[in-house]
Design a binder for this molecule. Structure first.
Ligand code: CDP
Ligand code: MG
Length: 678
């Protein structure tokens, strides 16, 4: 079928005239339609086709970069134009647009970033927020920004350019969005959904990976080979190792027909991601092991069977100890139904749920918006950079707790990104509260440092490290470390024989620094650059991940560009590990821990017991005081990306913070803090 015919066969095609009429009539429209019905690829084309004279661009946001990229590719094919011309995309660290671009697919995070320099989003005439049901932090914040920009652009004659807003969702619960946008009308799009038989496990499963593999082979043994299988799991490592296990098992069996087993997750390079859309060779079954990325934002043809682990990896946050964790947890009922639906796109299908019916009943109805389970540091910096000085009263669609917002603002103040101003009842502003009774309110303003920090598409803690490196004269080194920390691990995770494991360990020793993981990562980066001409073989020899290292080099380049644009000199002090770690402390001083006993550490801020992660080069040493980037929780609580520091440095970088810490903690003494590295 040619592309034009294909477009006409999509369910959305039959209501295109009505849709355009509704879009013209209403400032905001909500479109609800089953995954695969044509919302993402067609709506921007319909609008472009009927408003060719329109000056501004059409933005269509996606929660994930893969979706933004693949959809833009697809749409430029359908429009028979080169990617990056009329249709383009923009994701973090990659801008594929030109001055001619009219339809711009982008991640929600990128649009949010653009809003900092263009709060009224004046370069857009239409903004489509897609996959709103996913409720990512960025989409939630954008809802507030887009709503406010729309109001301002409609009331202020100066702008003469109203902003059209379209929200698109694949799930039913759209009332909240409609209410938030002044009772915006909802258009329901009938999808073509075939019947899917759902089977629950009879008993609770203790190991969903094992159960998934067993189910795949059950299907593979009996079902016609052209019926493909989609399996929902949780993350990169688990998916890659499952892909390997299945392929090997199938090969070693010898009697079964061949299987093409493919991984799908956000961090997978786009070329590999695109493989899932290709048809398997005849006589071969396609099995895709995916994260929730295939739940709604990507449609794969030919899927007859869905296997649902019932699990997802997502953020969990507790403001009490300011801890954000990425954890595997149960999905919601609405996600389970979305996953089920993937089996009934072209004909009837079957969904195997690897959980019992009563486990299903105990799931929450809808997914809790991510903003209610995230650390809000980045969001708070971005919103303050947008000039929103009273975050507590910002019109969020789902309001985070005052505690979470206050924690984020306090942390930003500690990082030197914002300054608090108190207003008394005469309306006078003071940097300090004059008297408690007279203070009526306060607001936060971005500092010069904060303004610079907001330019980096990074966690504000990392941005702060870069700015301190500017003062200390080690920008090159810190940028390299930040780049490597921005990608998934550069060390190969899978080494299944003990012989290989020893070799991998020996290779790693070459880069290892007694100062910790950050300097080790810097060594890896430098060695990679020195061996660039033979990088593929070199990575193999050293058990390093070529793809992730290449990505880090790419990110490094972009961060350098941002530095140059902001007059940050690319200084270097290549062998001064102390300076580099001092720069890291300026952003991560809240992540310090000191040694207790028997490998245990206590974090200085929340007094939690933590251990050094086995992947760290410091795993077998016990420095008195360490700095870490993140906490991971499995059966134990681990610090990951750890470096040796001196507690003196903490006092030096942030005396006020650490003095107040001491006051609050009676089991803590100054001498303790001043003890040096053992
Ligand atoms: O957004 P929605 O889920 O409603 O659908 P869409 O993403 O616009 O996709 C409509 C159809 O286009 C899908 O059913 C796919 O068959 C096809 N498509 C494709 O072949 N390749 C892509 N990269 C995207 C969509
Ligand atoms: Mg879509």
């Amino acid at each position: 079928m040619n592309l034009e015919k294909f477009r006409q066969s999509l369910p959305i095609y039959s209501i295109r005239h009505r849709l355009i009429a509704e879009i013209n009539k209403n400032p905001t429209l909500i479109l609800l339609g089953e995954t695969g019905s044509g919302k993402t690829t067609q709506i921007p084309q319909y609008i472009y086709g009927s408003h060719s004279h329109m000056k501004g661009m059409i933005a269509c946001t996606q929660p994930r970069r893969v979706a933004a990229i693949t959809v833009a590719q697809r749409v430029s094919q359908e429009m028979n134009s080169e990617l990056g011309k009329t249709t383009g995309y923009c994701v973090r660290f990659e801008d594929c647009t030109s001055p001619e671009t009219k339809i711009k697919y982008m991640t929600d995070g990128m649009l949010l970033r653009e809003a900092i320099s263009d709060p009224l989003l004046l370069r857009y005439s239409v903004i489509i927020l897609d996959e709103v049901h996913e409720r990512t932090v960025h989409t939630d914040v954008l809802l507030g920004i887009v709503k406010s920009a729309q109001q301002k652009r409609s009331t202020n004659k100066k702008f003469h350019k109203p902003l059209k807003v379209i929200l698109m969702s694949a799930t039913m619960d759209v009332d909240e969005f409609s209410a938030y946008f002044n009772k915006a009308p909802v258009v329901y799009l009938e999808g073509r959904q075939f019947e899917v038989d759902v089977f629950h496990s009879v008993q609770e499963q203790t190991d969903y990976i094992f159960s998934s593999i067993a189910t795949i082979f059950q299907i593979h043994k009996t079902a016609p080979v052209n019926e493909d299988i989609l399996v929902f799991m949780t993350g990169q490592e688990e998916i890659e190792s499952t892909v390997k296990t299945i392929s090997e098992l199938n090969k070693s069996n010898g009697k079964l027909s061949p299987m093409l087993v493919l991984p799908l997750y956000a961090a997978l390079p786009s070329a590999k991601q695109l493989k899932v859309f290709e048809k398997a060779p005849s006589g071969c079954r396609k099995v895709i092991i995916s994260t929730n990325i295939a739940e709604t934002s990507i449609t794969i043809k030919g899927i007859k069977y869905v296997i649902d682990s019932g699990m997802i990896k997502g953020k969990l946050y507790t403001p009490q100890n300011n801890l954000e964790l990425l954890k595997v947890h149960k999905i919601s009922k609405s996600q389970a139904w979305q996953r089920t639906g993937r089996a009934g796109r072209e004909s009837s299908g079957i969904c195997y749920r690897l959980f019992t019916e009563s486990e299903f009943e105990s799931m929450t109805l809808n997914t809790v918006p991510e903003i209610l389970r995230s650390n809000l540091l980045s969001v708070a910096l971005q919103l303050t950079a947008l000039g929103i000085d009273d975050l507590i009263n910002f019109d969020f669609i789902s309001k985070p707790s005052v505690e979470a917002l206050t924690t984020a603002l306090n942390d930003l103040e500690l990082l030197g990104a914002v300054k608090k101003f108190f207003k008394d009842n005469n309306g006078t502003e003071n940097p300090e509260p004059v008297s408690k009774k007279r203070m009526i309110s306060f607001r936060y303003e971005l500092t010069e440092m904060g303004r610079k920090m907001a330019h980096f598409p990074l966690d504000p803690k990392f941005s702060r490290c870069i700015l301190s490196a500017d003062k200390l004269g080690c920008v090159e080194e810190v940028l390299k470390i930040v780049s490597v920390l921005s990608v998934d691990s550069v060390f190969h995770a899978q080494t299944n024989t003990s012989n290989k494991r020893d070799q991998a360990e020996a290779a790693r020793q070459k880069f290892s620094s007694a100062d910790g993981d950050h300097i080790t990562l810097l060594n890896v980066y430098k060695a990679f650059m020195a061996n660039k001409s033979s990088s593929k073989e070199w990575c193999q020899e050293n058990f390093l991940d070529l793809k992730n290292l290449k990505l880090a080099v790419d990110i490094n380049k972009q961060l350098k560009d941002i530095c140059t644009k902001n007059s940050i000199k690319l200084t270097s002090s290549s062998n001064d590990s102390v300076k580099i770690r001092m720069a890291l402390i300026s952003g991560f001083f809240m992540n310090a821990a000191e040694y207790q006993k028997e490998n245990e550490y206590k974090t200085m801020t929340s007094r939690q017991t933590v251990l050094i992660h086995p992947s760290s080069v410091l795993f077998n040493s016990k420095p008195a005081c360490v700095l870490f980037n993140e906490i991971v929780k499995t059966n134990k609580t681990y610090m990951r990306d750890v470096s040796v520091i001196s507690s003196n440095w903490l006092m030096e970088t942030n005396p006020t913070y650490f003095k107040s810490k001491i006051k609050n903690l009676n089991d803590y003494s100054l001498s303790n803090l001043n003890s040096n590295i053992r």
